[in-house]
Design a binder for this molecule. Sequence first.
Ligand code: NAD
Ligand code: TDX
Length: 340
Amino acid sequence: MTILITGGAGFIGSHFARRMVRRHHVVVLDKLTYAGNLENLKDIREDRELSGRFRFYKGDICNQELVDHIMSAENIDTIVNFAAETHVDRSILSASTFIDTDMKGVFVLLEASRRYKIKKFIQISTDEVYGTAHHGAFKETDPLNPSNPYSASKAGGDRLAFAYWKTYKLPIIITRASNNYGPYQHPEKFIPLFITNAIEDLKLPLYGDGKQERDWIHVEDHCAAIDFIIENGQDGEVYNIGGGNEKYNIDTALFILSVLEKDKSMIENVKDREGHDRRYALDCTKLKTLGWLPQINFEEGLRDTIKWYEMNVSWWKQIKNDEFKKYYQTQYNHRFACKN
Ligand code: NAD
Ligand code: TDX
C-alpha cells in the first residue's frame, strides 16, 4: 500500500503512521495547526530504514491542487483521513475552521479519490456524532444526533463520505471510535490536561458534577482496529470502535491523582461545558463479529500514559506555551470564576 495519512502529525495520526510505516509506504499531509507537531513523527524521520518509506507534506486538506499533486506524485492507493479540528471546547468558542476542515476538507479528499481511483478511503469519524447515550449503547445503524459544532461538522464529513460510496461506489469505510488516550495527546484534552496540571501543581478543572461518562480506548488499540478494518472491513460500512471502559470523569481524575500521589483537593468543580454530552457508549458487536477486540487494560494503559507524560515534560511544556496559556485563560477563567 501507499497510504496517505492526513492529520498524521496529530495525536492518533502519528501513532497510525508509526504503525503503518513498518509495512507500507506512508505519506503524511498535515497543516501543522496548533495541534500538529512534527516532534510526534521525529522517531520515524530519524530512523534510517523507516524514513526511506516516509514522506511529509505540510499543507491543508482543503487545498485541492496540493491534494491532487500528492495523489499523482506519490501514487496514493489508500487514504486514511484523520485531519480535523478536534477540540469540542474550541468549537464552542469559534466553529469556522471546524466547518472548513471537517466538512469541506473531506469533500476535497473525496473528489480527489474519485479522480485518482483510490482503492480504499477510511473516514475517521467519532462516537460523538451519535450525541448523548441516555441508555444502552449506540449501534452503527442508530440515527446521528450531534450536540456541538465539532460533532456536527464531523457528522457532516461522516455522511458525505457515505454518500460518495452510495452514489459513486467509491471504496469507503467509516469508523467511529470512542475517546482515545495515550502518549502524544495534546494537553488541551481531559486526560493529558489533568496529568500535566497535576504535575505542575495546578488545579484540575472538572466540568459540572464530573459524572459525565466516557468510554476510553488506548490509541494503540484504536490504530490496530483501523489497520484491521482496512484489511477486513466491507466498503460502505460503518464500524464502531470502543474500548469497553466506561468511566465517570471524576473517577478518571481521582485515578490520575492517586497514581501521581497528589491530593484530591486539586480537583475543582467548575462551570460546565455548554451542551455537554452526558454519556457516550458504543455497541461494538459488529467489529467483534468481524474478529477484532481491544487488548489494552484501561488502568495499565493509563498508568503507562501518566508515566510517559512524567518522562516527556519537554514535549508538553513546549506545547503549554504562551499561546496555550492565553487559550487557557479564555477557556477557563470564567469557569473557575463561576464554580459549579
Ligand atoms: P489532533 O487534534 O491531535 O490532530 C489533528 C491533526 O490534523 C493535527 O496534526 C492538525 O495539524 C491536522 N489538521 C487540522 N486541520 C487540518 C487541515 N485542514 N489540513 C491538514 N491537516 C490538518 O486530533 P486527534 O485526537 O489525533 O484526532 C484525529 C482524528 O480522530 C480526528 O478526525 C478526530 O475527529 C478523530 N477522533 C478522535 C478521537 C479522540 O478521542 N481523540 C476519538 C474519535 C475520533
Ligand atoms: O478541562 C476539562 N474538564 C473536563 O471536565 C476538559 C478539557 C474536559 N472535561 C470533560 C469533558 C468531557 O466530558 O472531560 C471529558 C472529555 O473531554 P475532552 O477530552 O474534551 O473529550 P470529548 O469532548 O469527550 O471529545 C473527545 O472524544 C471524541 C475528543 O476530543 C474528540 O476529538 C473525539 O471525537
